[in-house]
Design a protein around this ligand. Sequence first.
Ligand code: FAD
Ligand code: AMP
Length: 485
Amino acid sequence: MSNDYDVIVIGAGPAGYHAAIRCAQLGFKTACINKMRDKDNKPVLGGTCLNWGCIPSKALLDASHKFHEAQHDFADMGINTGKVSADVPKMIARKQEVVDGLTGGVAALFQGNGVTSLEGSGRLHANCQVAFTPHDGPEQMLQAAHVILAPGSVPVDIPPAPLEDGLIVDSTGALEFTAAPGRLGVIGAGVIGLELGSVWNRLGSDVTVLEALDEFLPMADSRISRDAQRMLKGQGLDIRLGARVTATEVKGRGNKKTVTVTYQDKDGEQQSEFDKLIVAVGRRPYTEGLLAPDSGVNLDERGFLYVNDLCATDAPNVYAVGDVVRGPMLAHKGMEEGVMVAERIAGHKPLVNYDTVPSVIYTHPEIAWVGKTEQQLKADGENYNVGSFPFAANGRALAANETEGMVKLIADADSDRILGVHVLGPQASEMIAQAVISMEFSASAEDLGLIMFAHPTLSEGVHEAALGAAGHAIHMVNRKKPGKK
Ligand code: FAD
Ligand code: AMP
């Protein structure tokens, strides 16, 4: 039987659309099947990231941050504004314009690269056969030489907090409030809970974050997470750790509805009442309807599609990438997997380096890291040196009135190879790329210390932290005694 396509990609989120475009660039006849529709039922490309994730959340984070600055920081810099007010519906509409521009951009990229965009759902059968059901038509069977599965993830819901339209919402609903709720509860102090909590806190809500774990951001370096927790609390986020939500009760009627949340903490059962509640307790792989019984693809014990290091599933010529497979649920991780698989199909030999996936939390200040935390290295019994540099000693940070936070760099004590970099500060998301590049090239802290950085820049904090690992940061009094090399 002849192939309809060289490659069929299922899912047009960042993992899938990167895979599809790269396949087409490599000369493969490629189709991408995608079933997502927007709230007006219009088919949309770009997946969670563009429609309900990375991009809309950043549009609201950036807008709400500017509002916060205008209210609280401009006067310090000699700018008087008078009373500043937020037009939330306009912010939401602008967010949607940004989203629409980017999803339309993916459609244009598909067209420009010759990717056939198929609107509807895909289901994998044996031998790379894909059943495609268009949104408005009967199922048809397509044959491909290779299939790439990229169906993404969906929010986890928990039995104690069933969603209720506009009142108890997941991250998607939290991007659509048309006014800042008076009292806003957030379940989960993970990345999404903190970002969305920050948006609405800046826009005027009283935000309480309930987190079951006793530790704040345990995946981040503990020095950074401790400082970040203090700063976020200072901004008004009431972060309650060791608070496990066990029940919710909706009270009242119509637009007077409130939600009472019951949670357990070290003192026993507690209750809090909110006007809206965001459930941000994580995401799970989405595989509904994806696999026919004869597909040959297996799931792991947590429901992710099982793949090897090269993203190959157990079925011949079938790959899976993005949130639906092991590893961090991050857009850039999925993008690189998508490109790797496309190039592998073409016979090239790229790899994804999972040791250098950067993590970012877009609060203000931002939190970003790559590599090992100090607590991990300590637990592993590694020998390491730490260099840290506070933004309070950085000229550009002072000029910009953005002095909170630090850069912390950890290097192997013997080889000086950089093992981890942790940034809490303005534009940490941009600065972390320097660390990723350094680590990809197996740089030592000394290498980074010998490189010239433009002055004055926040990035000089990275430079100074690298010098600090060897004990000779210039703009800090160092641990090593003068005269010592
Ligand atoms: P998805 O983006 O989920 O896309 C999967 C696509 O496949 C969807 O369009 C879906 O409809 C389609 N699909 C599924 N099954 C089928 C099927 N059977 N047939 C046809 N189509 C199908 N990550 C970051 O890196 N940075 C961030 O700042 C960031 N912020 C986030 C903020 C929020 C609020 C959320 C919710 C997520 C955020 N993420 C962020 C995570 C990021 O969105 C995901 O990691 C990313 O979207 C995963 O990409 P993906 O391509 O694997 O899947
Ligand atoms: P993340 O997986 O990073 O999105 O974070 C989700 C957070 O939600 C985790 O830190 C969980 O500990 C937290 N969480 C999960 N269930 C509950 C619950 N019932 N009550 C409070 N926090 C929870």
